[in-house]
Write a protein that binds this ligand. Sequence first.
Ligand SMILES: Cc1cc2nc3c(=O)[nH]c(=O)nc-3n(C[C@H](O)[C@H](O)[C@H](O)COP(=O)(O)O)c2cc1C
Length: 362
Amino acid sequence: MSLVSVSDYEHKAIDKLPRYALDYYRSGSDSQTTLELNKTAFQRLRIRPRHLRDVSQRSTHTTVFGYEFNVPIGIAPTAMHRMAHDDGEIASAKAAEKFGTVFILSTLSTTSIEEVARQAPDVHKWYQLYISKDRELTKSMVRRAETCNYKAIVLTVDAPIFGIRRADVQNKFQLPKHLKLENFAEKGIVNSDGGSGINEYVKKQFDASITWNDVKWLVGFSKLPVILKGILTKEDALLAVETGCKGIIVSNHGARQLDTVAASIEALPEISKAVGDKLVVMMDGGITQGTDVFKAIALGARMVFLGRPILWGLTVDGQNGVEDVLKIVCNEFDTTLALAGTPTVGDISKEYVLHEIEFSKL
Ligand SMILES: Cc1cc2nc3c(=O)[nH]c(=O)nc-3n(C[C@H](O)[C@H](O)[C@H](O)COP(=O)(O)O)c2cc1C
């Protein structure tokens, strides 16, 4: 049977992946309450379509930081793509290139900053950063990204330590021996305390003491614009403006960090209202179909990112699989533009979406 939705890809990937990898990719933290919310929050939003508008000519193009993209749907940074497929991050980056969209490389990638740049030179790339205890190492990561023509630094701010993903603890997760975290000198992930190896690695490597002063430090020396990923409140969004960041990604890290926080789509309206045009607001979390993309844009996102859907595509068929996942979601988004009466991305506004509670009050 042909695969026609992200959900089809997910099911196929579930059959294909070894248990430790599937659990690593799929899990949220703790009771996975937010993981469920990331999905159901989209279902609680209803689209208010407008009809009898000429939608024969449509465009999914968007502009972010002065760059034009074919679609407002990019690839979120997710760790260790080579657990899904041998071609790993290269396959995902090339798929993004084909779609004329953004690829964000994770710090915890199984292909290095340089190798992605060498093998996918033309994709529009951003580099996702965690601040290490060793600040010179952190600085060198930023310099490597600058040298390799990445266009932005995405600092993840919701992970001073990693959330507890119960399946990883049960599995005593570690990276298979033939794979490496290629951006680091200490490349392997092993567990020595019997828990999740990734949590142990992060505790050792990354700095849980970082504050807004470190954001200022990064903005001060980076030649690339800094985007903060993991913002969930208007207060932090306004601090991002104050510290000179150029963008934020409203995100709960795919529900893998603090459990019971809001779904990203629930947090988005207060943030976009508070910051207006002061910086570029983007979001990720729970997006699996075109109508989700539409709702996120209506509530203030300029661009959205897919995390797990990309991993499912990669697992099923490498670069082809990622391309097909992007094709499915982009086609659904284009169909939504037509059926909602908004032929371009710029036509979408908050009047097109209403929460189910508001409907019941009408
Ligand atoms: C397996 C996996 C690994 C991830 N690794 C990272 C990472 O290394 N850095 C980061 O900032 N976010 C990471 N994230 C979070 C994603 O960037 C993104 O916020 C999230 O996946 C979006 O939700 P979605 O999976 O529902 O699309 C990861 C998410 C998953 C599922």
